[in-house]
Write a protein that binds this ligand. Structure first.
Ligand code: ZN
Length: 70
């Protein structure tokens, strides 16, 4: 009987290890955290926080912003 408990304890330990291992490398995906915008110059989609917004238009980088305004 004690052997059965021992095996159960090992199984529980492995289960917990696998669970914690799987949990750590995965980033919490929250798609509502940040809205996506589209670069008005090249059309690439990027998070609002990484975009440049000028007069209502969003851009992926400063050079595309400059190109669009020319
Ligand atoms: Zn762009």
């Amino acid at each position: 009987m004690s052997r059965l408990i021992f095996l159960f304890a090992i199984a529980a330990l492995i289960y917990l290890l696998v669970k914690s291992y799987r949990k750590s490398p995965v980033k919490p995906v929250d798609k509502n955290a940040e809205d996506m915008v589209q670069c008005a110059q090249c059309g690439v989609h990027l998070p609002v926080g990484e975009s440049l917004t000028v007069s209502g238009q969003s851009f992926c980088c400063a050079s595309h912003r400059d190109l669009f305004q020319k």
